[in-house]
Design a protein around this ligand. Structure first.
Ligand code: NDP
Length: 490
């Protein structure tokens, strides 16, 4: 193991500036998916704990201790918060690696640094964004001002625990809201530690609360709460739908949904060097074990380059060792839990049964560790209507669908209920632009697998989401509401 010592785990709910047990006294156990062994016993929050967190958040919002602070003052606190997160990088990286099975190199070099950058970026933005003056005649003055929404609930997934919580928290806090995060049951500890660090940085009590617990109890209680003004969610489309029901059946709170994907990587007949394409395609399909909403899991390839590309993909897999997530050279850790392992293996079986051909992988591996590892898997001869080309597998599985011309490629790329991301690989500029315009997805990469950076909005078309965007000034906007103040002049 490349890590010297385990940190002290934070295992209780963080409400109104302090840690506390669940009101019911109930707990659940998290485990290390690389070994199948238990890690910690976590407070299992329920409706009572959500009530307490919402009451604390509402008090904080109404008395203005954060919501009415000058943006420049909020900026100072958030910058201090980012500095403290950075100072605790190793610990935070370790927590997500232990609970999520994520390679420590990823959490050290991507997840935590990105989270730090996100807080800094929104902190720096807030005293530079101006409101508007309406183009009235001389007898009126119309101001259009942004105000924070109020109490925001964030329900986040297990695949990027710290980073997804940050994509919600940073813009929501920057805008002056109070926040309650419900982390995924499998990965609560980095969010709990983050809340403690926020408090050390000077975020007032009640502004940043974290209530661990199950989705069906704590998550639902947040979604249905009559005093929550907005819920922002990342996770499966199925659960996202539930939040619309919760909102409709309670106080019509705003809902922003970032959900699944079945994103196409499209390699046209004139791609750049195939080793470079293969590198990006593998990154798209295997990053974070494929447990990634924007995973490029559908590989559409022009028949003329398909065989060569497959050779490069198999060669490129040498750079993707599967192993102990705590070892620096590991690039593929385990699936997050046994039921998810079973689900991914079930999809692989279905792919075989429906007639796709396994090029490499296709099985569980490193079973002796007790962990939930899957060998990186490439299917060829996949039909776009097969289950593995339609449904989100959320594992290290790439499905190659061959095509014959560009129009067919566009039709295949759009033949999905999702629309989160896509990539096109071509050396022809006209084709790249035509394709980028034709594809119905929130982000299109050209000759790269990319989600952009913190300056660009991220979110989906179709069943991949709506109601807002993560990242960019769009994210800041989504945690504000607009008020018109109209002066009739005498
Ligand atoms: P979910 O959508 O179920 O979980 C995401 C979050 O929602 C978690 O905090 C979860 O809590 C919570 N939740 C679950 N059910 C409810 C509910 N009824 N009411 C309120 N909150 C709820 O994703 P899963 O973890 O179950 O993963 C299932 C599949 O979803 C994956 O295989 C993948 O296909 C997709 N997914 C997509 C993600 C993305 O980034 N777009 C992220 C994660 C999953 P709890 O921790 O208790 O489950």
């Amino acid at each position: 193991m490349a890590v010297a010592a385990l940190p002290a785990f934070r295992t209780k709910a963080f409400i109104d500036g302090r840690f506390r047990d669940a009101a019911s006294g109930e707990t659940f156990i998290t485990e290390n998916p690389a070994t199948g062994q238990p890690i910690a016993t976590i407070a299992s929050g329920g409706a009572g704990d959500i009530d307490a967190a919402v009451a604390a958040a509402r008090r904080a919002f109404d008395d203005g201790r954060w919501s009415r602070r000058a943006p420049a003052e909020r900026k100072e606190v958030l910058l201090r918060f980012a500095d403290l997160l950075e100072a605790n990088l190793e610990e935070l990286a370790l927590l997500d690696s232990l609970e999520g099975g994520k390679p420590i190199t990823d959490t050290r070099e991507v997840d935590v640094p990105d989270a730090v950058r996100t807080y800094r970026w929104f902190a720096e933005a807030i005293d530079k964004v101006f409101d508007a003056v309406a183009p009235t005649g001389p007898d009126a003055l119309g101001l259009i001002v942004r105000e924070p929404i109020g109490v925001v609930g964030a329900v986040v997934p297990w695949n990027f625990p710290l980073l997804m919580a940050t994509w919600k928290a940073a813009p929501a806090l920057a805008a002056g809201n109070s926040l309650i995060i419900k982390p995924a049951r499998l990965t609560s500890m980095s969010a709990l530690r983050m809340a403690e660090i926020a408090s050390e940085a000077g975020l007032p009590d009640g502004v940043f609360n974290v209530v661990p617990g199950s989705g069906s109890e704590a998550g639902q209680a947040l979604g249905r709460h009559m005093d929550v003004d907005m819920v922002t969610f990342t996770g499966s489309t199925e659960t996202g739908r539930q939040f619309l029901h919760y909102s409709a059946e309670s106080n019509l709170k705003e809902v922003a949904l970032e959900m699944g994907g079945k994103s196409p990587q499209v390699v046209l007949a004139d791609p750049p060097e195939l080793d470079r394409v293969a590198e990006q395609v593998l990154l798209a399909g295997l990053m974070n074990m494929g447990e990634n909403c924007s995973a490029g899991s559908r590989l559409l390839v022009h028949r003329s380059v398909r065989d060569d590309l497959v050779v490069h993909l198999v060669e490129g897999l040498k750079a993707w060792p599967v192993g102990d997530p705590l070892e620096a050279e590991t690039r593929l850790g385990p699936m997050v839990e046994q039921p998810h392992l079973d689900k991914v293996l079930g999809y692989i079986e279905k792919g075989r049964a429906e007639g796709a051909r396994i090029v490499t992988g296709g099985e569980r591996t490193l079973t002796e560790t007790g962990g939930y590892f899957v060998a990186p898997t490439i299917f060829d001869d996949v039909g776009n209507t097969m289950t593995i080309a339609r449904e989100e597998i959320f594992g290290p599985v790439i499905s190659l669908v061959p095509f014959d011309d560009e129009d067919e490629a566009i039709a295949l790329a759009n033949q999905t209920s999702y629309g989160l991301a896509a990539s096109v690989y071509t050396t022809n500029l006209d084709r790249a632009i035509r394709f980028a315009r034709a594809i119905r997805a929130g982000t299109v990469g050209v000759n790269a697998y990319s989600e952009g950076d913190i300056t660009t909005p991220f979110g989906g078309y179709k069943e991949s989401g709506f109601g807002g965007r993560d990242k960019g000034l769009e994210a800041f906007e989504q945690y504000t509401q607009k008020k018109t103040i109209w002066f009739a002049l005498g």
